[in-house]
Design a binder for this molecule. Sequence first.
Ligand code: IMP
Ligand code: MG
Length: 176
Amino acid sequence: MTEPKTKVLLSREEIAQKVKHLAGEVSRDYSGKTPLLICVLKGAVVFLSDLMRFLDIPVEIDFMAVSSYGKSTHTSGVVRILKDLEGSIEGKDVIIIEDIVDTGLTLDYLRENLLSRNPRSLKIAALLDKPERRKVQIEPDYRGFYIPDEFVVGYGLDFNEKYRNLPHISVLLEFE
Ligand code: IMP
Ligand code: MG
């Protein structure tokens, strides 16, 4: 198999600078609190691990996995919980940590699902936002970058489970 062509969209330096900036906002907004960061597996794992190390407030973390794209680059619109949280979120200040908002279906589902568990507050942090593809009205409270409607990989994001380990974010130019 020949390797697909990729083109760097966001360098590791640009990402680090942005994540640090977002962490500053979160630290300020949650000063005196201990938010629970809920990482949406698997794509957000790199974002979470970088973001949490730039925070200067105490945090808790938990993980959730939902089905999204499966093995294709097109969303099915069906969201399913593959792995649920370890603990209760009742009365907690929750921040969903997500890699990218595309159609918004995943986050819309997650938001409703988590709100039904009675957190004290619920916010969304997404590193990337592809606004052109939105199908439901949802806006992250903390947003890293707006990106064009192209399929990206790296910094946690995959194509068929590959490229998650790239330190930068690249556009996949040829695939399938
Ligand atoms: P949504 O439900 O359409 O907003 O899709 C969100 C999920 O689809 C994200 O959490 C990603 O896992 C995946 N996704 C969306 N766009 C891309 C992309 O460009 N590259 C890799 N994964 C993506
Ligand atoms: Mg994801």
